[in-house]
Design a protein around this ligand. Sequence first.
Ligand code: DP6
Length: 341
Amino acid sequence: MTTASSSPNSAFIKYWGNRNNPLRLPVADSFSMSLDGPTVEIDIEHSDALKVISFNPDGTQLELGEKHVNRFGKTLDMTKEYLTKLGAPDAIPASVSITVRSNIPPAVGLASSAAVFSCLAKAIQGLVAPVIELTNDQTSVIGRLGSGSAGRSVHGGFVALVAGEGEEIDSSYGKQFADQNHWTLHDIIVVPTMLEKKVGSTEGHATAQTSPGYNDRVEAIMSRRQQECIDAVLKKDFEKLTAVCEEDVLDMHHVMQTSNPPLNYLTDDTHRITNGIIELRISEHLPVFYTMDAGPTVQLICTDESVDRVREFAYAQEGCKVFEAKTGGGARIVREVALSA
Ligand code: DP6
């Protein structure tokens, strides 16, 4: 049995829209920072039929609906297809038994699917190691098949999901640009407690291209933004990073709001928090920027220098919960236990 652990990531250049939905092949590149928590652990072992058990942070068993179990099943089928392409069709001879233990608080607004499927990919890397040694880039393909952004959390530090071209299963993969020791950035996560009922990312990706702003967004990312973000991270230029990340998050939400049907993930709380942090940034010259995914949660990305002040701001937000994370090392294998036959 192999046990792996992983965490979500914070997207700096957002992934939104696929050129192939079932294979989760994105239209444009994206970029993120892997976080050091909260963690998900997965045990995996070979079995005759697919079995998925999941536990909540409090240790109670989560009743997984058919939709969730099917997502694991589809990911496994595509993984087997990929392993066949790599010349190891028997690496998973039948199926697997998966046990998920999540420490991600429900409704935190962090993509738990990125943590779960990057963790599953890493566990699969360990499981198939006696037959085929997968690189981390190859493992990231498996993560991407389960959840696009999971392709990034397989690696630690600062990671791109390279969109690539064509319809090959491995034409898009996660690529690390710097590891977690390069730069410590903090992610202070402010969660308005009244969470709106949301449309999940999977459905959103499928309608993204109905927005009249979609093509311009892709063009901006591919011609300029992604590279500006990578350069800013490599040079530790926080000001440049702030500008490009805030430009991109606002652009993604504009695309979401102008899609058919429109997706409005941001609430009054979101705007109150982002306006507040802009004021604070200007008045106190603080290195901090905001970003939001498919929900009202605001992530405040900041440096060692500003984290205490940003934390103070976050805890002062009425009716909000606060979680803290920082640059992390990506998915890892925690233990491998040889089971006797
Ligand atoms: C807005 O990776 O969650 O958070 O492949 O359907 O699981 P699925 O989508 P997902 O999409 C992430 C969307 C986002 C932006 C980002 O993380 O880049």
